[in-house]
Design a protein around this ligand. Structure first.
Ligand code: TPP
Ligand code: SF4
Ligand code: MG
Length: 287
């Protein structure tokens, strides 16, 4: 069948976003509309799944299948959707609190399974929805309501985590640069396997408008010298201090969960009934 043409506004739902005016998440939403239109993805072939948080309201604003699930559970729900409907393009959306506090335990397992879905983390380094508590990515210099005298613990670096877990595609972008965000989302969706986009998306209410300026001032594009297939290059980027490199940080060609599962199924078929009967005998189960 011939692919349909879409415009970004075709993906806009009837629900008006309740985000604060100027919230960085508007940029991500607009970028996602553009990416879906460019990829010519029919609405019924896409599912956007989230946890809980300001960022996790995003699926409601997209005219595709969607699920605003429970706190920290964007990834397991997204995995369920993908395994039940493998033909669907599944996009999981989480905040830094959602994905790195309560939901952090799901991240390594998604990475090692390499299920073909896209994980977008909207990082504003704060718990926005619950009105400004520190999050796992809050940095020393950033006062929050729960750390008025400064942080007493170190922040998590999401790109380092993703690399350490063996994530097969890692990119970073900034919601203040919509064009770049569109490109990173497209590349992530097109990557066969688990793809992670670390999206810096300021909270103007509880961190402040300065967060835009700060990120912009520290942002640099990954140049030609960066080889995204090199894990050494990727580690160098992940460990940078004093600047934030934007672009595709790492990309590996690895078999997906779906491919490995098919292979295991074929082996089981080839083994046939004999092996099953042996197992029953071994455990003395009457057939
Ligand atoms: C089980 C559970 N614990 C706590 C909460 C309260 N809660 C809602 S959103 C949130 C954190 C949101 O922060 P983040 O994921 O960074 O999203 P943001 O609002 O910043 O986009 C918390 C702790 C909850 N809804 N459910
Ligand atoms: S509280 Fe922060 S993250 Fe939430 S909608 Fe407002 S600006 Fe955005
Ligand atoms: Mg947050």
């Amino acid at each position: 069948m011939e692919a349909r043409n879409y415009s970004p506004k075709d993906f806009r739902s009837d629900i008006k976003p309740v985000w604060c005016p100027g919230c960085g998440d508007f940029g991500v939403l607009n970028a996602l509309y553009q990416a879906l239109a460019k990829l010519k993805l029919p609405h019924e072939d896409v599912a956007v799944v989230s946890g809980i948080g300001c960022s996790s309201r995003l699926p409601g604003y997209v005219k595709t299948y969607g699920f605003n699930s429970i706190h920290g559970r964007a990834l397991p729900v997204a995995q369920g959707v993908k395994l039940a409907r493998p033909e669907t393009t599944v996009i999981a959306v989480a905040g830094d609190g959602d994905g790195l506090s309560i939901g952090a335990g799901h991240f390594p397992h998604m990475a090692r399974r390499n299920i073909d879905l896209t994980y977008i983390m909207l990082d504003n380094s704060i718990y926005g929805m619950t009105k400004g508590q520190m999050s796992p990515t809050t940095v020393d210099e950033q006062p929050t309501k729960t750390t008025p005298y400064g942080m007493v613990e170190d922040p998590i670096n999401p790109v380092k985590l993703a690399l350490a877990y063996g994530t097969s595609f890692i990119a970073r972008s900034f919601s203040g640069n919509i064009k770049h965000t569109v490109e990173m989302i497209i590349q992530a969706i097109q990557h066969p396997g688990f793809s992670f986009v670390h999206l810096l998306s300021p909270c103007v209410t509880f961190v402040g408008r300065d967060q835009f300026d700060l990120i912009r001032s520290l942002s640099v594009d990954l140049g030609e010298d960066h080889d995204p297939t090199s894990v050494e290059h990727a580690w160098r980027v992940a460990e940078e201090v004093g600047r934030i490199s934007m672009g595709i940080i790492y990309k590996a060609d690895k078999p997906t969960f779906e491919q490995r599962y098919e292979h295991a199924k074929q082996l089981a078929h080839q083994a046939g009934d004999g092996e099953f009967q042996n197992l029953l005998k071994k455990y003395r189960v009457a057939a």
